[in-house]
Design a protein around this ligand. Structure first.
Ligand code: GDP
Length: 428
């Protein structure tokens, strides 16, 4: 019998808590697969009171005997990947087998330099990814067919012939466009060969491995990174990422067919957050925003940058459910709302006396909309020990039911704390 394939996708602008959800659901799966993104992403997993942050490794790395897959849609910063592997090995927590697609593109040193150079020119207000991790220049090269893939760095002859013309072109760009010094060929070549040697044990035809495994009854959990509203095509362009975090992206990034995905679950926070620039209709830069930020710990892990916070946006959530073809919702951080008098949720947008019930991804339009809120009473009881829907205060129950009703989609799990067991199974 064929195995099950399920996808966990962020419904908002990332940081929804996908890592902990994947960790919680992991027991029932044999394979954990990542399909897009790269070093910019960060999954937090808490296990035995230890907090682990993975940028590139699939969350399933902590499970004994599982197969973890980095698909061809992910861009790989080899230094970061090797460091993450080493760290897990040192902690004795490298419990799974890792394979990386031979098609995955490599973030080369010149990508980072180009990233930084362009960010400087764009200036504040137009910056997309502040981290200068070289991801978008890597994705650009992928699409202009000037990319270096994992299969290239494990083959010195092939790498040399590709890198010769690519680096020449990069150095011209760096010098003429950005007034930067050229990068020496040997430096890049030797480094890439070294990465190739260290990563070669992980290289695989990941599409074939996954499809064969599913045909042999293995279950696959697909791990989305970032979130739907950051999708290059369906997000709030240009304030988006360079890849496709939506469920369809999983098919491309892993080499699996759409009809092989059995279930899509979107993860949504009980409120909204956004890191970086771009429209966010429910952003609250007053008391509520501060409350959610402090209580929810809404600061970027790497940069410590505060995230923008506000009430949950049901218009955007319905959009995410549609774009991803999601069957269920996983709602995280309900505990963060504890203590608020009333809880608001946005059910429509208003622009110049017109009411919109559907999300419109156009950034300029979205930055003008005024959210229309409805509200329900809040609760003060500590809910972090609740494990069943019936144990929640009536007001919290009401909030969950109204989300289900407004989204016409059931909630599968509710997060009431960051720990693995702090989840309510809604008993679907
Ligand atoms: P991801 O990229 O979607 O995995 O999200 P992040 O790694 O940015 O994680 C979200 C943060 O929220 C992590 O620190 C989690 O431990 C934490 N978290 C996840 N679910 C819950 C929850 O239900 N309640 C609380 N209080 N924290 C949570």
């Amino acid at each position: 019998m064929k195995g099950r394939v399920e996808a966990i996708i962020g419904a908002q602008w990332g940081n929804e808590g996908k890592g902990r959800v994947i960790d919680a659901l992991g027991d029932g799966f044999d394979i954990f697969a990542r399909y897009q993104g790269g070093a910019n992403d960060g999954h937090t997993v808490i296990i035995d009171d230890k907090k682990l942050l993975f940028h590139l490794l699939p969350s399933g790395m902590l499970y004994h005997g599982k197969l973890c897959v980095i698909g061809g849609g992910v861009v790989i910063d080899p230094e970061l990947l090797l460091t993450e592997i080493k760290e897990l090995q040192e902690k004795g927590m490298d419990r799974a087998r890792l394979i990386v697609s031979r098609n995955a593109h490599i973030v080369m040193p010149y990508h980072k330099v180009l990233d930084k150079a362009q960010e400087d020119i764009r200036g504040k207000g137009h910056r997309i990814e502040m981290a200068s991790k070289g991801m978008w220049p890597c994705y650009v090269d992928k699409h202009t067919r000037a990319g270096i893939r994992l299969e290239d760095i494990v083959n010195e002859h092939k790498l040399r012939s590709k890198l010769e013309w690519i680096l020449e072109e990069k150095n011209m760009t760096l010098k003429r466009l950005y007034d930067k010094s050229p990068i020496a060929f040997d430096e890049v070549f030797n480094l890439a060969c070294q990465w190739g040697r260290e990563l070669s044990p992980y290289l695989a035809d990941t599409s074939l491995e996954i499809n064969d495994a599913v045909n042999n009854g293995k279950n696959v959990l697909i791990e989305g990174a970032q979130g739907t509203l950051l999708d290059i095509d369906n997000g709030t362009y240009p304030y988006v990422t360079s890849s496709s975090p939506v469920s369809a992206g999983a098919c491309l990034g892993l080499g699996i067919a759409p009809n092989n995905i059995d279930r899509v679950l979107v993860v949504v926070k009980s409120y909204s957050t956004r890191a970086g620039e771009g429209p966010m209709p429910t952003e609250d830069d007053g008391e509520i925003g501060n409350y959610l930020r402090d209580k929810g710990g809404e600061y970027d892990v790497a940069a410590g940058r505060p995230r923008r916070c506000g009430w949950i946006d049901i218009v955007a959530l319905n959009y995410a459910l549609r774009i991803n073809g999601a069957q269920s919702i996983i709602l995280t951080k309900l505990d963060v709302l504890t203590g608020l008098d009333k809880i608001k949720f946005c059910t429509a947008y208003e622009v110049e006396d017109n009411i919109y019930h559907n999300f419109i991804s156009e950034a300029d339009f979205l930055s003008e909309v005024k959210p229309i809120y409805e509200e329900v009473p809040g609760w003060t009881e500590n809910i972090s020990e609740c494990r069943k829907f019936d144990e929640l205060p009536k007001a919290a129950q009401g909030f969950l039911r109204i989300i289900e009703e407004r989204c016409k989609t059931p909630i599968l799990l509710v997060g009431v704390g960051p720990q693995r067991h702090q989840l309510i199974d809604m008993g679907l």
